[in-house]
Design a protein around this ligand. Structure first.
Ligand code: BDR
Ligand code: CA
Length: 339
């Protein structure tokens, strides 16, 4: 028997997004939790999700990553405020990785994490509950395979939940994360992508949790670089969100443009939301993915068995292709719906 690696294997790694001609259009919005470390690209992911009626954001959980937790949590509140959705509950989670010291990325995102735009101070406060406890509570009361988790930062929060309560993985419909990189290498060390490098143990726990995991790594985000005329279109929306987004993105892409010598930077995190809305714009392969947690040289490396050369079990839908125009058209369309 030959194994078609582009098709989902049997078991719990079937693509829950794939529509067939007989599938009726979804009418109930898909419940999601956005787990994030804003971050300008995180901000765009949150704005895109808020604008999509197909998604119901149960809450936003902040984690330490691009900048420390107090900033990422406050940034999440500011983004909800900007989008006119201060009612979305925001929870602060872990202020450090599971077993390591925190690494941050102010050189990319600025000292606030969302430099570039001067966002209004939030009128609402953080929820009193810790994000880890809140996610645990949400999963506990959910039906089997009900909730989709969208980590767009280090996966410390969700890994803490799954390490403490492994059976809660059955309540997860899918974990769709931005993280990792294999074919293009790393963006923070030669072999490691930032989100995975910050908390490699967390990423490994998630990959071994038994929940269906879909990864949108650098291999795909680097195939869809921002164009100046696209950012101009975002600015020309003339709305609070459009102008703030354009300001954030112009600040954000300068670092990557210089680093990679390209005329635009990748816009990583919104790919998670675009994938949920239009999985047909993406292509990948079901394969085994492991994270290096021991070697000092390659800590945080995403090791993808793309060619099936080991007998390690399939645990991930690893995405490598995107319709870049489709992605940016969708994002613009979503941003245009916001105030
Ligand atoms: C990831 O790291 C962060 O800097 C971005 O927000 C994104 O989630 C890309 O490596
Ligand atoms: Ca992020």
């Amino acid at each position: 028997m030959t194994l078609d690696l582009d098709c989902p294997p049997t078991g719990n790694h079937q693509n829950p997004n794939k529509l067939t001609s007989s599938t009726p259009p979804a009418i109930t919005p898909r419940p999601i939790i956005i787990d994030t470390d804003p971050g300008q690209d995180d901000a765009l992911a949150i704005l895109a999700a808020i604008a999509a009626p197909e998604l119901k954001i149960l809450g936003i959980t902040a984690v330490a990553g691009n900048v420390p937790l107090d900033l990422t949590a406050n940034n999440a509140l500011k983004i909800c405020e900007l989008a006119g959705r201060p009612d979305i509950p925001v929870f602060a989670g872990r202020d450090r990785p599971l077993r390591r010291d925190l690494i941050t990325a102010e050189q990319v995102h600025g000292t606030t994490g969302i430099d570039g735009a001067d966002l209004p101070e939030p009128t609402t406060s953080l929820q009193p509950q810790n994000a880890v406890d809140w996610i645990t509570e949400q999963l506990t009361k959910a039906n089997e395979q009900e909730i989709t988790i969208c980590p767009v930062g280090p996966m410390s929060n969700i890994a803490t939940v799954l390490e403490a309560y492994p059976t809660l993985s059955s309540k997860i419909r899918e974990i769709v994360c931005m993280g990792g990189g294999f074919f293009v290498g790393g963006n923070t060390t030669p072999t490691a992508e930032f989100n995975v490098l910050v908390d490699p143990e967390a990423a490994q726990i998630v990959l071994h949790s038994g929940a269906p995991v879909t990864m949108l790594p650098l291999d795909v985000t680097h195939k869809a670089l921002m164009a100046h005329h696209w950012i101009s279109k975002v600015r020309t929306l003339g709305t609070h969100c459009g102008i703030a987004a354009a300001n954030m993105l112009e600040f954000y892409e300068r670092f990557d443009m210089e680093k990679y010598g390209t005329s635009g930077g990748p816009l990583h995190d919104p790919n998670v939301i675009a994938y949920l809305l239009h999985p047909e714009m993406y292509k990948g392969r079901y394969c085994n993915v492991e994270i290096e947690t021991i070697s000092p040289l390659t800590t945080g490396m995403t090791v993808v068995d793309w060619w099936g050369v080991t007998d390690r079990p399939v645990n991930c839908y690893y995405i490598t292709e995107v319709d870049a125009d489709g992605f940016y058209n969708l994002l613009l369309e979503l941003l245009a719906r916001l105030p």
